[in-house]
Design a protein around this ligand. Structure first.
Ligand SMILES: Nc1nc2c(ncn2[C@@H]2O[C@H](COP(=O)(O)OP(=O)(O)OP(=O)(O)O)[C@@H](O)[C@H]2O)c(=O)[nH]1
Length: 298
């Protein structure tokens, strides 16, 4: 199957059809280096955002008939879903892909979906990968998990609010990700799914939020069953990706200008602000926890 990434000029819908790629392609890779694989999605990305990733090639390399629009090459990102068995990763991916629940069985075995979203009047293409292996892996099969940890430009870590152990696993995954992708400022959203199952709730919203604050990521509760907050989640990940790109460029520019212009008064104020924040850690925590569920800010 060839990815249909071509633009449909007059399409009135905000989201276009996605094209799932059969998992057999991924599964058939054996223990090979994923970046050398012909089916490894060679996503283009600005070098400044992700300079260390050798698996990212120019979009024109993808396939001969997959791309007639090179202008989109700057905004195509892999988003990897992580989380325990049964937390709702596939259900969230299906909603992203526009697959109805009743048709889900027809798409069994498909786990990579590409779709272009228009967020804040700008298009961004996401390749959502529901390829995480939750079973305990043999040593020689660990490459699938390693692959998932390495290739994402952004991550969605899902737990079920009805399953505390999945919440604990989500924290472990966050730690693992931090270890593997240490130097990178990757967008990560922690998702408490199944929020419709109110009576079976085992993890409070506040716990999810606190976890996100501790692990320095964003947080949202969703219900795949009710489609609640699912579009917000994927739009949020787009915004988080953009914000990091923007902030990196702006920060570099600002730093050089700021260094020159900063007055002594400003320096003193900054020093005092830091002092106050240090003395008032509780306040700082409150401010951060307030923003961890706002997916439109850093
Ligand atoms: N009530 C409720 N059920 C959900 C929700 N999301 C998923 N489910 C159900 O939970 C079960 C597991 O969902 P999946 O999407 O297959 O979970 P998964 O994380 O992909 O599981 P694995 O593929 O085994 O890793 C299914 O029966 C879904 O219908 C939700 O938001 N609310």
């Amino acid at each position: 199957m060839t990815l249909n990434t071509q633009k449909e000029g007059k399409e009135p819908l905000r989201r276009r059809a996605s094209t799932p790629i059969p998992s057999s392609r991924l599964a058939s890779r054996g223990g090979r280096d994923p970046s050398a694989d012909p089916y490894h999605p060679p996503l283009a990305q600005s070098a400044s955002y992700h300079p260390g990733d050798k698996s990212i090639h120019s979009r024109a390399d993808w396939s001969s008939d997959s791309d007639s629009d090179s202008s989109g090459s700057e905004s195509l990102y892999r988003v990897v879903l992580l989380g325990d068995h049964g937390v709702g990763k596939s259900s969230l991916a299906n909603i992203f892909a526009g697959i109805q629940e009743k048709d889900a069985h027809k798409h069994a075995g498909e786990d990579i979906y590409e779709k272009t979203l228009t967020v804040d009047e700008e298009e961004t293409t996401l390749v959502v990968m529901d390829t995480w292996e939750t079973e305990k892996q043999e040593e020689d099969e660990k490459w699938v998990q390693d692959y998932c940890m390495q290739v994402g430009n952004a991550y969605i870590i899902v737990y079920s609010i009805t399953d505390r152990s999945s919440f604990e696993s989500a924290s472990e995954l966050r730690i693992q990700l931090r270890r593997i992708r240490q130097a990178e400022n990757i967008p990560i959203i922690l998702v408490g799914n199944k929020s419709d199952l109110v009576r079976s709730r085992e993890v409070a919203v506040e716990e999810g939020r606190a976890c996100a604050v501790v692990f320095d990521c964003k947080f949202i509760e969703t219900s795949a069953s009710l489609h609640h907050n699912v579009h917000e989640l994927f739009e949020g990940i787009v915004r988080q990706i953009r914000l990091r790109q923007d902030s990196k460029e702006i920060n570099e520019r600002r730093r050089s200008v700021y260094k020159r212009k900063e007055s002594i008064t400003k320096k003193a104020r900054r020093f005092l602000d830091r002092l106050v924040a240090k003395n008032n850690k509780k306040m700082a925590m409150k401010v951060r926890s307030k923003s961890c569920h706002d997916l439109a800010v850093l």
